[in-house]
Design a protein around this ligand. Structure first.
Ligand code: CAA
Length: 287
């Protein structure tokens, strides 16, 4: 499929990343179907998308007409068949667990058009293993956005073992249509490029506090002041979701070895369901 043939995009998962990716696609002029497993989740995602579009309008980055048109292009849905039938690209943004994602693909394959492209927003998992449960591994790749999608320029386009060059070219061109800068990741490796670097940074920051070397504030102020990063490591963990970082680390630990052992501080936050901005509390408070 050529990028010019793409009109309709399904985004599966209306959480933190899902609603942001749907927003980016709608702002770029695509018809978007935003789907989650129940009304409450999908409405919550749509409300956040609406909030974000409102912010862009408030800051004169969009006119009222552009904001309204983008919102009109998004259809919130729960029914999977209605969501994926007749779509050109299906972007999967469900929780970062191999079994959950593979279950979703098994179901989606029943309703998706034969020539539709499948793109996963996985942060770390093997594209080849995910593609294996579908009947279209050559039309399957990673399309990894960064949080918040509407503000972050980069998109990693990741090849699985069987992904065709045509699929990679089309998904890269789609990222460009979204106004993003794609980078192609040639080898399917845990965490790809960004998370292989970024998630250990969050983990090491947590180990510094766990080992009583520094306080959270000292680590965050040092990384922003001295390293020039836009956010401190704990602030960043709250932004992406502590659970997301933790699941990426668990997978990297399992596949790449002990250097990636998740710090217990992260695990404790996940168990307490203090996941960052999205729950109102993480390492910092947001209420
Ligand atoms: N939509 C619209 N507006 C948004 C928004 C969104 N999704 N998110 C935040 N804003 C708004 C805020 O509400 C705030 O508005 P007010 O000024 O009205 O209060 C404003 O944006 C803040 O923007 P600024 O430009 O003033 O602030 P900033 O210069 O700090 O930029 C940032 C914000 C772009 C998020 C910047 O801090 C940044 O780049 N942080 C690093 C983020 C990052 O590295 N993300 C990648 C994480 S890794 C990942 O996502 C991958 C993974 O798989 C784990």
């Amino acid at each position: 499929m050529n990028v010019d043939e793409i009109d309709t995009i399904a985004v599966l998962g209306a959480g933190n990343m899902g609603h942001g990716i749907a927003e980016v696609a709608a702002l770029a002029g695509y018809e978007v179907r935003l789907r989650d497993i129940n009304e409450e989740l999908v409405e919550n995602g749509y409300d956040q998308l609406e909030w974000s579009v409102g912010k862009l309008e408030e800051k004169d980055q969009l006119t009222e007409e552009e904001a309204d048109a983008a919102l009109d292009r998004v259809t919130p849905l729960v029914d999977l068949e209605e969501t994926v039938s007749g779509t050109d690209v299906i972007i999967e943004v469900v929780p970062e667990k191999m079994e959950i994602k593979q279950d979703v693909y098994g179901e989606v394959e029943q309703y998706a058009p034969e020539d539709a492209l499948f793109a996963t927003n996985t942060s770390s998992l093997s594209i080849t293993d995910l593609a294996e449960v579908t009947e279209r591994p050559e039309r399957f790749c990673g399309m990894h956005f960064f949080n918040p999608p509407v503000r972050m320029q980069l998109v990693e386009v990741i090849s699985g073992e069987h992904t065709s060059d045509e699929t990679l070219d089309t998904v890269e061109a789609l990222a460009e249509e979204f106004g993003k800068s794609p980078v192609r990741v040639r080898k399917d490796s845990p965490g790809f490029i960004v998370n292989r670097v970024l998630v250990p940074l969050m983990n090491e920051a947590a180990w510094l506090v766990e080992d009583d070397v520094a306080t959270m504030d000292e680590v965050d102020s040092t990384t922003t002041f001295e390293l020039g990063l836009p956010m401190g490591s704990f602030e960043l963990a709250d932004q992406v979701g502590i659970d997301v970082g933790y699941h990426v680390l668990e997978y990297m630990h399992e596949t790449l070895g002990d250097a990636y052992e998740p710090c217990p501080l992260l695990e404790a936050k996940v168990e307490a369901e203090e996941l960052g901005k999205k729950t109102g509390k993480g390492f910092y408070d947001y209420e």
